[in-house]
Design a protein around this ligand. Structure first.
Ligand code: ZN
Length: 391
């Protein structure tokens, strides 16, 4: 199915009206005699675009609201080629710094990292110059690969064919987008996976998909695991942020990963309600993994409980990581224990509520994608082995 067919009706209408010249296109865009730049697609975003006298595009990116405190400068725009030639774009980041290396696509689906020679970051990291010779278009240029709502729709539709899995909607975002839950069975023990609280954290989304595929695989280990544990997975907790190309927040101007406990937002409230029913059905949670990405030199980092914070299963992190290190001797990842008391993030909340091992599973922003796809299944397999050994 084409992306256009899946577009919400209002977006399709807006495009039709814009094409007919009948309405203002709300998305910012600008054009030179050679190129036209726009953000009229899911996850497309910048604040302002102007064209300098020499034809250079000057694009300013800013966070979605004034409350964003973490610098996570998202950008995604599409370049249409009117006349072949050299495209020059200067990205200006007044509220942050050049954090993401640009990714390029000719179809919005398949991506490559921009060549080293195509990108220059200023010493203060406040501007990023991108130069590309374009013969034809369009070309998408984005902070990270785009994994928009339609990517999740396709994935969930595929998973819905699995007899063991059901897909349900447990709530709505601020803007009314569904919060979907994938679940298996009704066993006495449950593993919970959460994804995309932070819209820009694409490698975390990639890892969650690979991780889950390993848990759902037709292997002896995975079958044994699913015979004992339910899976509850919410792959896209912040669909508004993803659709609107936010840096970090939902459409309620809130960092969802600081809303656990207060539950002021419909997205986190949906999970709180789910947990109430998990408790009522006595589906005892045993482990929670919350997938993110961050600015790392290594490709992977885990935030866990401290050694003083006793979990059940006990020392699960140590058992899991030791097994992973044995199987992947050259693969370095970091383990950062941190206290959970008072912390309004997912990790702190699940530990306080259930006393279970609760992890923030952080990929590096620029983690090698091939390595990510190769190592994640091993992490998933050793997680299953470690949890199967728990009483
Ligand atoms: Zn995050």
């Amino acid at each position: 199915m084409s992306a256009q067919l899946r577009m919400p009706l209002f977006a399709a209408l807006a495009l039709l009206l814009a094409a007919a010249g009948g309405a203002d296109d709300a998305s910012p865009r600008c054009a030179s005699t050679r190129f036209r730049i726009d953000t009229s697609f899911d996850s497309g975003a910048f604040d302002k675009c102007t064209v300098r006298r020499d034809g250079t595009f000057e694009i300013t990116i800013r966070p979605e609201d004034r409350k964003v405190v973490v610098e996570q400068p998202w950008f995604a725009f599409r370049v249409s080629v009117l006349r072949p030639g050299e495209l020059k774009v200067q990205l200006r980041i007044p509220d942050g710094y050049a954090r993401y290396w640009p990714k390029l696509s000719s179809n919005g689906t398949d991506w490559t990292r921009a060549a080293d020679t195509a990108v220059t970051i200023s010493a203060a990291k406040k501007t990023m110059d991108i130069a590309l010779t374009l013969d034809d278009g369009p070309v998408w240029i984005a902070a990270q690969e785009l994994l928009p709502g339609s990517w999740y729709d396709d994935w969930l539709a595929e998973l819905a064919n699995d007899d063991e899995l059901s897909v349900t909607v447990i709530g709505q975002s601020v803007e009314g987008r569904p919060i979907s839950l994938l679940k298996t069975g009704n066993k006495a023990e449950t593993v919970i996976l959460l994804g995309r609280q932070h819209p820009a954290e694409i490698p975390g989304a990639m890892a969650l998909r690979d991780f889950l595929a390993t848990l759902l695989a037709d292997t002896e280990l995975a079958r044994q695991f699913r015979a004992r544990f339910n899976l509850l997975i919410i792959p896209l907790l912040n669909p508004d942020g993803v659709a609107n190309g936010h840096w970090r927040h939902n459409s309620g101007r809130t960092d969802l990963n600081r809303d656990w406990g207060q539950f002021t937002q419909p997205e986190t409230q949906a999970v709180a309600k789910l947990l109430t029913s998990v408790d009522a059905l006595q589906m005892r949670p045993r482990l929670m993994l919350d997938f993110h990405a961050t600015n790392l030199t290594r490709s992977l980092l885990f935030y866990t409980q401290t050694a003083d914070e006793l979990t059940d299963p006990a020392e699960f992190d140590m058992h899991w990581f030791a097994a992973v290190r044995e199987r992947l001797p050259g693969f370095e990842f970091e383990h950062r224990p941190g206290p959970s008391d008072e912390n309004p993030n997912t990790k702190g909340y699940f530990f306080r509520r259930y006393g279970i091992p609760a992890f923030t599973y952080e990929l590096g922003d620029e983690a090698d994608r091939a390595e990510l796809h190769a190592t994640t299944p091993v992490l998933a397999e050793e997680m299953m082995r470690a949890l199967l050994r728990a009483d």
